[in-house]
Structure formats: C-alpha cells, structure tokens
Unconditional design. Structure first.
Length: 438
C-alpha cells in the first residue's frame, strides 16, 4: 500500500517551520457507521478556545434574536441566485469546538473514541465585522504535544470565523459538509475552504482523527505506518458519527434548528480525500463529494469495498496538481477514469500537494528556511516560488468546490453554470485544465 509509505507531511511541516508570519491571500444505513454510541462531555481537549461541552443534546450556549435573511448583503446560492463561489458568501461565520465521544468504539484500554470537532456555520448578524478567530499553538497541539517542544511556537492562523458566535436564527436550513484532514494533520488545516463554505450557507464539520493527527505525530516522534493503517479503518466511522450527531441535534438546539441533515456533502485533502472517497465506496449517504489530492484508485479501494467507482452515481469532483510529489496526478486520473458521470477533474498547473491546503499562506522565508533541517522535499511539494501562489490557487479551488456544492446542495443551477474554463481563466490564467461531465 504505497500511500502509507509516503504519508502527508502537512502538519509536521507546519510544526517545524512554526507557521511563521501568515500572509493573507490577495483574493479574498443512516450514515452513522458505528454511531450507535452516546455523546458525552469532557474537560480536556488541548485547545485554547473554550470547547463546547456536548451533553447528549449537543447544545451550545447563546442564541440570537436577529439576523433575518433580508439583512444579507446579497442573496445566497439558490434556484434564482449564484453568488461568486470563489469569495466569501453572504453569511457571517461562527465557529465552535465540540468533543464528541463514541461509546460504541473502545480502544485497547477500554476508552471510548474521542472526536474533537470544529464546526463552522452561518452566524447571527451581530457577528458580521467582528474579529475572526486566530488559531495558535494551543489550538493546533494538545497539551501533551506542546510539552515536548523545546520552545513556544509563534503560530498565528487568522480566519474570518467568530469564535462561539450564536448560530443564525432563520427559517432556512443549511446543508452539512463534512471535512476530513490529511495524515498527521488537523481539523483546521483547510480554513481557506471550510470558513468560506460556511459563509455560503453550510454547516461544516471537521473532526480530528485521533491517532493520526499532528499532536499524535509529535508525541510519537513522527508519523507511522501503523497509525495510518489503523486510521484507514477508523476514519469513515469517525465521519459517520459526526454526521449522525449533527442529524440528531434537537430542534430546540440553536445549531440543530438550522441543520438540514438530508443534504450532505463531503470533502477532504490527501488522506482526507481517501476518506471522502471511501465514504462513497461504502455506500454512505453523501450527496456530492470533492476530493483534493487523492491517492490512487488502488489505495482508495484497498481491501475491497461494496461500491465500485463505476457504480457511484452522485457528483464527484477531484482536484489534483501537476507537480504533486506525494499523490501524483496519475493517482487522481486512475480514479477519474473509473468514475462515471457526473464527474469532474480540476487539474492545477504548477500545483503540488500542499497547494490544496492553508500551507502556502505561510511566510515564504520560514518555509524555505526549513530546507536546512531535511524537509526540503515536503516543503517543495506545493509552496515554492516555482508553484502557483495561493492568491490564484485558493480562489480557483473554492470556485469549483463551492460552486459544485452550491449547485447540488443548495439547488442553484446558476452555480453549476459558473463552472467553466472561462471563469477559471479569470482566476488563474493558463494555470489549469478542467474536465466536466455533468
């Protein structure tokens, strides 16, 4: 299984270079798997932000009384509207951290499986223009992992999501999009996409796949093949459990009141793309999927899965980089060739593996400096001067990913009409190829 031998280094690289000074981009079954367990609260998660305790209802403190849709600056995607999917949508965004506990899955010590989960969502109107949350070392690493560092990392990853803003009280219900992080990654590694998705009217949920996170790699002294094999089996049920949690929120819960559990999308990067595709291959109830920098068809369907790629009937979009050294373009092509319409493939020229992440928003000097400590291959896989810059790459990715979600999950045919080579050329002239088969 060659993918295990070449793990995603996204989060390890972030740790070593210390993220540096961030630079802003110039452009702005029931699906539960083994979800029969209960949810419970816990007081230790390793994040600096207050973690919302899940008490079985999943309810978060705070509620709003304003924020009707007529206060929006422009209409959200719908039957008669198709806003720019590459840019922020009309909704202000909130973010909460919850820890879900799956009592039906126990580890070797008899402990239930924990899923620290980041949830981004449309927020009350009062959140508009408020300072967005800035992720720091205490968010990215558990206390145990931080204790192993020789010095404190000066980490700042700014977002436009307002921490613990109340969910938007509205008669509209918002589709769910699940996000799965890369190997040795973390749930907030793709904020360029997850936050903007929420602004277009989605509840976006991203769990940490415990055992295969940044903190786990730090504590273990690096990513391991064993951890990847174990995660391969655990990840789909992680996503199923998070989905079941959102679908089961009561109507008197502020978030539960706005979630539409009948419309579900999934996306992920690298090992998270593998997870996304394995959800489809297991027949989970996903309506549309975007897989970024996926491994090969052989690896995704490793072990035999009930639904062949040719039998998937929902819209699937793949994103791939021509210069990807971790999951080469040939990997995505091997999957695309097996899929049947509706399918699409966005190939980004001069893009590497980490072009499809927040990685390339980091300070260039810090990234280049890490070549002195033996990480040149990983650092060169997407974020050098020879690669497409984030000011072009990230809006291009959002345009096609969010446009696809808007078209199929928000019933916006106009959004699908935006998915053209002409629109892509306006964002990243000559830096892509796009294959679309509706």
């Amino acid at each position: 299984m060659p993918f295990v031998a070449r793990p995603s280094a996204f989060a390890i690289v972030m740790l070593v270079v210390g993220l540096g000074a961030c630079r802003e981009p110039e452009a702005t079954d029931d699906g539960a798997g083994s979800s029969g367990g209960s949810e419970s609260s816990t007081s230790t998660t390793g994040e600096s932000a207050d973690t919302t305790a899940v008490d079985g209802s999943g309810s978060a403190e705070g509620s709003g009384t304003s924020g009707e849709d007529d206060s929006l600056p422009f209409p959200p995607a719908g039957p008669d509207a198709a806003p720019d999917p590459s840019a922020m949508g009309p909704y202000p965004v909130g973010v909460m951290t919850v820890e879900l506990v799956d009592d039906s899955r126990l580890d070797d010590m008899g402990q239930p499986r924990r899923l620290p989960t980041e949830i981004w969502y449309p927020a009350v109107e009062e959140a508009r223009g408020q300072p967005g949350y800035v992720y720091t070392e205490e968010d990215l690493l558990t206390e145990e992992a931080r204790a192993l560092l020789e010095t404190t990392l000066e980490v700042e990853l700014p977002t436009e999501a307002v921490r613990d803003a109340a969910p938007r009280p509205t008669s509209e219900r918002f589709p769910i999009v699940l996000f799965s992080h890369g190997s040795s990654g973390m749930r907030m590694q793709q904020t360029f996409l997850t936050v903007v998705l929420a602004s277009h009217g989605y509840v976006v949920a991203a769990p940490d796949h415990i055992g295969n996170t940044l903190s786990d790699a730090v504590v273990a002294g690096g990513p391991s093949t064993e951890a990847q094999f174990e995660s391969l089996g655990l990840r789909p049920d992680d996503m199923g459990f998070v989905l079941a949690h959102l679908q089961g929120l009561p109507q008197d819960d502020p978030l539960g009141a706005i979630v539409d559990g009948d419309r579900v999308g999934a996306t992920g990067h690298s090992f998270g793309a593998l997870t996304t595709l394995r959800l489809l291959a297991q027949g989970r109830p996903i309506d549309v999927a975007v897989a970024q920098a996926p491994p090969s068809h052989e690896i995704v369907w490793f072990g035999g899965l009930p639904v062949a790629a040719s039998e998937i009937t929902i819209p699937v979009m793949l994103h791939a980089g021509e210069l990807d050294m971790t999951t080469p373009l040939a990997d995505a092509l091997s999957i695309y060739d097996e899929l049947t319409p509706p399918r699409s493939l966005l190939t980004v020229s001069a893009a590497g593996h980490f072009t499809f992440s927040d990685m390339c928003l980091l300070d260039t000097a810090a990234i280049e400096g890490a070549t002195q400590i033996g990480l040149s291959q990983a650092l060169e896989d997407g974020c050098t001067r020879d690669h497409i810059g984030p000011d072009q790459a990230l809006p291009l990715q959002r345009h096609f990913a969010i446009g696809l979600f808007n078209g199929h999950l928000r019933d916006s045919p106009g959004s699908l009409e935006l998915l053209t080579a002409e629109a892509a050329d306006a964002l990243a002239p000559g830096m892509f190829t796009i294959d679309l088969e509706p």
